[in-house]
Design a protein around this ligand. Structure first.
Ligand SMILES: [Zn+2]
Length: 250
């Protein structure tokens, strides 16, 4: 069966003499994998359309009960070449793609998540702040996948936060001082400013979010909280975060 689908290329690796194995996130069918035959020799059919970050329309051929689609050709919609030209942007973008690859189930459609990724990559490509955009992406993407941390009430008694809270990545929320019996799990402190910013991001669309000006302290707090949260969801650390940390410390 032939089809075409709008996708963002997550990764592509060489396969055999001339082929490529491509992982991509599609608008209508979520995460998929396919083989592009002769991709390393046929510039006419693929061009640079199988590079990571590229927004592309893929022409597919699929057979029933076959896990890998055959990618016949690719039409580039947006190349996002600006991301690869800057180390900070490339590093933040790599974390976003790894998050999508690790968290999205194969073949499960999530159009809002696709549109979010496409929008954030577009803004990143145009020179948007990498750390800011990664944080926005994490907040909105996890929420779209059903992993939204609850920061507006204690997970146990339901009371509202008073001042700073101690976020528990494993539980995806916080316990108030009355309910917290130390489990030894590392806790991340979140200030009222960070919690307020988090809910603003969830509520607002991307254009409005991009006008917000959080402090670097707020960005750091949320970065740490989401790192522990995703660690507990995935059971492992995202490999690309090490690269981002190295770049940001330079
Ligand atoms: Zn409580």
């Amino acid at each position: 069966m032939k089809s075409k689908t709008e996708t963002i290329i997550i990764s592509s690796m060489n396969l055999g003499e001339a082929d490529k194995l491509v992982t991509f996130f599609s608008l209508d069918r979520g995460m998929l994998k396919g083989v592009a035959k002769n991709a390393r020799k046929s510039f006419k059919r693929f061009g640079a359309g199988l590079e990571s970050f590229t927004l592309v329309r893929l022409h597919l051929y699929e057979r029933e009960h076959q896990e890998l689609a055959r990618i016949e050709s690719a039409d580039i919609i947006e190349q996002h070449a600006g991301i690869g030209c800057d180390l900070g942007r490339a590093a933040a973008g790599a974390v976003m793609l790894e998050l999508v690859r690790e968290m999205s189930p194969l073949g499960e459609q999530n159009a809002p998540a696709f549109l979010l990724l496409a929008r954030v990559l577009h803004i990143l490509d145009e020179g948007g702040d990498p750390v800011f955009l990664l944080s926005i992406f994490e907040i909105k993407f996890l929420s779209l996948l059903g992993y939204q941390p609850k920061l507006d009430h204690c997970l146990s008694c339901g009371c509202r936060p008073k001042g700073e809270i101690l976020f528990l990545g494993m539980k995806g929320g916080f316990l108030c001082p009355d309910c917290l019996v130390s489990s030894g799990e590392p806790q991340t402190r979140l200030s009222p400013g960070a919690v307020g910013f988090y809910y603003q991001v969830l509520r607002m669309d991307m254009d409005k979010v991009c006008r917000l000006k959080p402090t670097t302290g707020i960005m750091r707090e949320l970065g740490q909280a989401f790192a522990t949260h995703t660690f507990h969801i995935l059971g492992k650390r995202l490999r690309s975060t090490d690269f981002l940390k190295t770049i940001m410390s330079l």
